[in-house]
Design a protein around this ligand. Sequence first.
Ligand SMILES: Nc1ncnc2c1ncn2[C@@H]1O[C@H](COP(=O)(O)OP(=O)(O)OP(=O)(O)O)[C@@H](O)[C@H]1O
Length: 391
Amino acid sequence: MILKQLHLHNFRNYDDLTVDFAPGVNVLIGENAQGKTNLLEAVYALALTRSHRTSNDRELINWQAHEAVLSGSVEKRTDTVPLELHFSAKGKKAKVNHLEQSRLSQYVGQLNVIVFAPEDLSLVKAGPAVRRHFMDLEFGQMSNKYLYNSGQYKTALRQRNEYLKQLRSRRQSDRVFLQVLSDQVAALGAEIIVARAAFLKQLEKWAQVIHGDISLQKEQLRFQYATQVTLDDDLKVEDVYQALLELLTKNEDREIDHGSTLYGPHRDDLIFLVNDKNVQTYGSQGQQRTTALSVKLAEIDLMKEQTGEYPVLLLDDVLSELDDDRQTHLLTAIQNKVQTFLTTTSLSGIARQLINAPTIFRIAHGTLEKETEETNETKTDEQVDSSSETE
Ligand SMILES: Nc1ncnc2c1ncn2[C@@H]1O[C@H](COP(=O)(O)OP(=O)(O)OP(=O)(O)O)[C@@H](O)[C@H]1O
């Protein structure tokens, strides 16, 4: 899929901007604090209805305004879809094909994006919450059902935790109601666990090939999904539900003492093994970065496999964090395949050599100026023509 056009109205430091993007690599160049990441954030928000760097939507609205609007048109293989998103103090409104969607989970999935920022290189090193967030974000874009279930699960978990606290402080004593809440948590949790296991299997398949290439076949990457229920090959939602419910029922007293739910997919982790060793514990920084890069690149292929369309790739100042070798792998893997938005303060080194016909936008104080190969060529042609006339 391709984001053909984007319009920003009172979004961050942009007043009104309409920009047409190229299907290949769009390079956003500018000094610090000019609006490069804000523009990338706008693409991300148009896709997922929220920012990748803040959970507070108010920050997205221009300081002088009360409402921000993003709109754009997404070209897919079969059709072009107009998207529109309004942010205000009253909340968010999302439209697909000019029709307001009653649930945001119905909107997400129209434009798929993968963001790769320096902090993503610590996917392996960071705590489990980061990897759970990663799974929810990526799998949620590929499946409306996953997105819906994970939203419902969070609500059910919050209610159960609240009730456990009330039981602990003896404001409540009804254990039967706790069982009702446990049942909800187990049913939704089982859906999430089974979906994660299936997605991870597919993701691992792509990541293994990429990791093998980058490491010149010296390393083999494997994933281990760490969840509290035993996972068989022939995994069924019903079995996971029963296993999870049993854990919750057996441990009610402990959970009341804690005032929180100790079992379920909110406790999952994803372990990466390189040549059968946990790369978080034993891997070098280079191996950890290669793993993170392989996983990110694998997501692109998985998304294509699951949705039939390549996602849009957002590279937020990440090239400067990668050595030449890894930059080369990244850039050769995406070119002529995925529409890419890349922010940088200057396009230099290996990136300048490798990016084939980039479309360059110069950003200063929330304004954009396009500089394309074509206009450069036209200029050169005009200059040649006029010089031949003078002769
Ligand atoms: N809600 C807002 N309203 C107006 N301006 C904002 C808002 N939020 C952020 N800004 C401004 O946007 C600018 C930051 O833009 P951005 O984060 O896109 O920088 P950048 O070009 O990516 O720079 P760097 O290379 O340093 O990351 C800052 O000048 C900031 O003051």
